[in-house]
Design a protein around this ligand. Structure first.
Ligand code: MEV
Length: 318
C-alpha cells in the first residue's frame, strides 16, 4: 500500500481578525514558505483500526486511541474515520512535521488538521476536495478555539487568498499587483481562544462600543479588498495602521506587539499591525523591496523570527 502525503500552508490575516467572528469581512492569505506535512503509511502486520501518530516537533508519539478524546490530533483523525468499522481501517502510522511556528497566529493548528485530514482520507481511498478538507478542519478548530469564524480553515484548505464573511460563501481575492509582507514573531505564544473570549466579554459589557469597532474594522477590510484588486497595494499601509489601533481598542494587543509594530513603521514599513488572535503571536508589516533595515530593527526590538512573504498577483498579464 503506498504512503499518502499532504501539505498545508501557514496563513496570515491581513485585515479583519476578531471582527470576522461578529460577521464583518476579513482578508487572509496563505504563507506557503512555511508548511505542515502529514504522511500516512500502512503498518504491515498491524491490527486493523490501530492508528499511530508521530509528531516529533511536539514530542508526541502515541496511538490515537490513547490520546484524550478532545486532543486536536485525535479529533482530526476522528473527523476522517467517523464511525467507520475498525476492519475498514488498515493499521497505519501518521507522521507529522511542520515548519509553522506554533501559537503564533500563523495557523499551525489548522494546517496540521488540514494536512492530516487530506492525507488520511486519501490513504483510506477517498480524495477530498478543498471544501471538504475545510469543513472537517473547521470541526477540529472548534476544539482549538471555541467559536472560530472559519477563516483559518478556509484559507489553509484552499491555499489561496480569501475575502471571508462568516456564514456567506467566501470569495477568492483578486490581486492586481503583487505585494510583500514581513512577518515578525513576538516570541510570546498567542492565545487565540483567550483573545476571542476576552473580546466577547468586552462586547457583552459594552455592545454598542464594540459593535462600532467591529464595523470600522469591516469597513477597512472592504476598502482593502478594492485597493488590492485595483493594484494599489502601497495604499494598504495606512489601513494596516488604522486596523492596529482598532485591535488595541479591542484589547488584544500587548506592549511587545505594539513595540514591533512601531519599530517596523519607524524602520520604513508602509504600515504594520498585529495579525491573528493577538495577546502574543506575530505582527505583519507592508514592505517594499528593501527589507534588511526593517528586519534588523525588528530583531533588535525582540522579534523571535522574521519571515518574508510575497502575495502574487492573480491577474494574467497582457
Ligand atoms: C484567528 O486567526 C482569527 C480570529 O479572528 C479568530 C477567528 O476568526 O476564528 C481572531
Amino acid at each position: 500500500m503506498p504512503a499518502f502525503t499532504a501539505t498545508a500552508p501557514g496563513k496570515i490575516i491581513l485585515f479583519g481578525e476578531h471582527a470576522v467572528v461578529y460577521g464583518e469581512p476579513a482578508i487572509a492569505v496563505p504563507v506557503s514558505s512555511i508548511q505542515t506535512r502529514a504522511s500516512v503509511k500502512a503498518v504491515i502486520d498491524g491490527i486493523s483500526g490501530e492508528i499511530q501518530i508521530d509528531a516529533p516537533d511536539i514530542s508526541l508519539s502515541s496511538s490515537v486511541s490513547e490520546l484524550d478524546p478532545d486532543h486536536p490530533l485525535r479529533a482530526a483523525v476522528m473527523a476522517v474515520v467517523g464511525n467507520k468499522n475498525p476492519e475498514e481501517i488498515p493499521a497505519c502510522k501518521i507522521q507529522i512535521s511542520s515548519t509553522i511556528p506554533t501559537a503564533s497566529g500563523l495557523g499551525s493548528g489548522a494546517a496540521v488538521s488540514a494536512a492530516l485530514i487530506r492525507a488520511l482520507s486519501a490513504f483510506l481511498g477517498q480524495r477530498l476536495i478543498d471544501e471538504q478538507v475545510s469543513d472537517l478542519t473547521f470541526e477540529v478548530e472548534k476544539i482549538h478555539h471555541g467559536t472560530p469564524s472559519g477563516i483559518d480553515n478556509t484559507v489553509i484548505a484552499h491555499q489561496k487568498p480569501v475575502y471571508y464573511v462568516r456564514g456567506e460563501p467566501f470569495e477568492f481575492l483578486s490581486i492586481g499587483e503583487p505585494f510583500s509582507i514581513l512577518i515578525a514573531g513576538s516570541g510570546i505564544p498567542g492565545h487565540t481562544r483567550e483573545a476571542v473570549q476576552r473580546v466577547r466579554k468586552n462586547w457583552i459589557n459594552d455592545p454598542d462600543r464594540y459593535d462600532s469597532i467591529f464595523k470600522s474594522i469591516g469597513e477597512i477590510s472592504k476598502t482593502a479588498k478594492d485597493l488590492i484588486d485595483a493594484g494599489s497595494p502601497a495604499d494598504l499601509g495606512p489601513l494596516m495602521n488604522e486596523n492596529h489601533i482598532l485591535l488595541q481598542e479591542l484589547g488584544v494587543s500587548t506592549p511587545e506587539l505594539d513595540l514591533l509594530v512601531e519599530t517596523a513603521r519607524q524602520a520604513g514599513a508602509l504600515g504594520a499591525k498585529l495579525s491573528g488572535g493577538g495577546l502574543g503571536g506575530n505582527i505583519i508589516a507592508l514592505v517594499d523591496e528593501e527589507t534588511d533595515q526593517i528586519t534588523e530593527a525588528l530583531t533588535k526590538s525582540g522579534a523571535a523570527y522574521t519571515l518574508n512573504s510575497t502575495i502574487p498577483s492573480t491577474k494574467i498579464p497582457g
